[in-house]
Ligand binder design. Sequence first.
Ligand code: ZN
Length: 344
Amino acid sequence: MHNHHMELPKYIVIGEALEETVAHRVRFNGFRRCLMVTSKTPLKVFGEKILSALDGDISCEVCFVDEVVENFDRYVSGARSFDVVLGVGGGRVADVSKPLAEYSGKQFFSIPTVASHDGIASPMSSYRHNGLAYSRKSVMPSEVFADMNVISLAPRRYVLSGCGDLVAKQSAVRDWWLAHRVKGEYYGRYAAHLAYLSATVVMKSAQLVGEGTREGTRTVVEALISAGISMGVAGSSRPCSGSEHLIAHALEGMMERPALHGERVGVASVFTTYLHRADWKKIAASLRTMGACHTLSHIGVDEDLFAEAVMKAPSLRKERYTILHHKPLTKQHIMEILHETELV
Ligand SMILES: [Zn+2]
């Protein structure tokens, strides 16, 4: 029997005006020097408040995510003299802060300013190489601070993108189960159910999300955190990322200005859930009710490009067996499905 490792955050708070809580937790952990990775808007909306709360006994150096990407090795060696990496921002900040903390052997505090993706409380980090998007397991945030005042300030598009990333779990979990049945891949029932639940909960709250209520946004944040935890339990992104993510990644590599990650993933999951002969109508209806992207035109893609992405997707990750590897599709078949599912 192999050893199964689970890495989970030790402290998660979802609330309001959390800058003092962040500062308290920094002190509680005995940290003296913080390195904040952020970008312009997140620094203004939340980073500066955290800096004032830390002021006095704790030093905090601020660096912008683009600088870190460009000089990654230098930042890794520099980060060794800090006690903790604070990632204040969106998906890109989280994607870069995790490996920075990992390679420098420091803890990572996840401080999201948008609810657009499930990396808030997950160990996964996405990166681009030769125009293609990949993801790998990095470190799980040791602490997570989701400030609803900050997250509610962000343009609506972001939280709706988070919804797209969430409904996709219904397709991702089916791909995982398929890989288990056909290829004998490890399947973690608990992690799978947890990821699936995060999709179900947000779909049930579609109306609240659509009305733009605080309760709706909070449900999305909680579901994104719980999806992230399911990856920590599984030890991989398997419960949260299947064929729909492969299509979304293929599209990203083919477009100059791709839509947000969750926007592409949500639309692709209607298509892949159809392939699984599951209830794709429910996913499409939920996205519509929320006001999230639910057609190809919403994500700026035409049917030829989408078909190309579907055909390319299986080659992006050959080891990640999904419905696209199981049932290769012809262009004509893809077109028929796009019309049947009203994606075009
Ligand atoms: Zn995702």
